[in-house]
Design a protein around this ligand. Structure first.
Ligand SMILES: Nc1ncnc2c1ncn2[C@@H]1O[C@H](COP(=O)(O)OP(=O)(O)OP(=O)(O)O)[C@@H](O)[C@H]1O
Length: 302
């Protein structure tokens, strides 16, 4: 049996009297990316800190590569890459000095630093003190620091905040490279449209509890949102088909994913319709459907 890279079983966490995590379980395997989604205060950063071994759960178990997350976590740090939510390094150091510091801790050579500095577009500023860096430059440096040792587990807390669109795209390219090399990736983010095409699974948290977990297709089914095909001129043919009628309403076929194959078969073989586009529910729609429209507060409302 394959040992999951990250495995949380029934994890609860209290900060004094406040329950930040409430019986949360999930697994992330090598080569998988899990998006961690949820409202402000849902418990995402707390979950990441539990995986890192920085916080010990009040109940339940957190395992990293089969070992208890909060025991000997320093020994495992070479295999862990972490980007905290608020990247802040000592601002009198230069970007290069920051990377050299982490490289020394993790046993990484200078060639890797040189290539990351260039790849992240920081070459021109590498000898400048961090106090002269923009927010996005600091974020790029933080991401470079997180992937420095080509970790086996990568934990990114809101990695695209402050990044320009090209830098975000570049970051996801890097994440996919690591994932293809067998890294397990957990990304906490509010930028659903950016993460959607890169995730294998998503864990949606609400008020410290697991609200939903699964692939986009599984979450879509759980949300009861439907896929759709819109028709203009060809509506008559579709409307008059005995099988398709049940899905048809005002120029649109709406259906669950398990009906997709039959619908396509009928459109092509019986209606001779070959040119159509299937619109699948987007992660953002699924998220709103599952979470509701009202603002969630971290605590359960009466
Ligand atoms: N050290 C702490 N002491 C007390 N409460 C804390 C502490 N850290 C976090 N919390 C609380 O735990 C809850 C979860 O916080 P957490 O930072 O994990 O949320 P999050 O999902 O990452 O939120 P965001 O999306 O806003 O970053 C919040 O209500 C927060 O106020």
């Amino acid at each position: 049996m394959v040992t999951p890279s990250v495995k949380l079983t029934d994890v609860s966490l209290k900060y004094n009297d406040f329950t930040a995590l409430n019986h949360v379980s999930f697994e992330v395997n090598a080569g998988q990316t899990m998006a961690l989604l949820g409202h402000n205060g849902a418990g995402k950063s707390s979950l990441i800190k539990v995986i890192l071994g920085l916080i010990t759960p009040t109940a339940g178990t957190a395992e990293v590569m089969g070992q208890c997350a909060h025991k000997n976590h320093q020994k495992r740090s070479i295999n862990l890459g972490y980007l905290p939510e608020d990247v802040s390094f000592y601002d009198k150091l230069s970007g290069r000095e920051v990377l050299c510091y982490f490289a020394a801790l993790k046993g990484v050579g200078l060639a890797r630093i040189d290539s990351l500095i260039e790849e992240f577009g920081l070459g021109y500023a590498q000898h400048r003190q961090l106090k002269t860096y923009s927010k996005g430059m600091k974020q790029r440096l933080g991401v470079a620091q997180a992937i420095l040792s080509e970790p086996k587990i990568l934990l990114l807390d809101e990695p695209t905040v402050g990044l320009d669109p090209q830098a975000s795209q570049f970051l996801y390219g890097k994440i996919n490279e690591l994932k293809n090399a067998g890294c397990a990736v957990v990304i906490s983010t509010h930028e659903l449209s950016l993460v959607e095409s890169h995730l294998d699974t998503a864990l949606i948290m609400a008020r410290g509890k697991r609200r939903a977990l699964g692939t986009c297709a599984e979450l879509s089914r759980a949300s009861a949102l439907k896929s759709s095909i819109q028709f203009d001129e060809l509506a008559e043919q579709v409307k008059s088909n005995a099988y398709l009628q049940q899905f048809y309403h005002q120029g649109v076929l709406q259906f669950d994913s398990e009906d997709k194959a039959d619908i396509v078969k009928h459109l092509v073989s019986q209606c001779q319709v070959f040119d159509f586009e299937i619109k699948e529910p987007r992660l953002e729609d699924i998220y709103h459907e599952l979470m509701g429209q009202s603002l969630c507060s971290p605590v359960e409302q009466a």
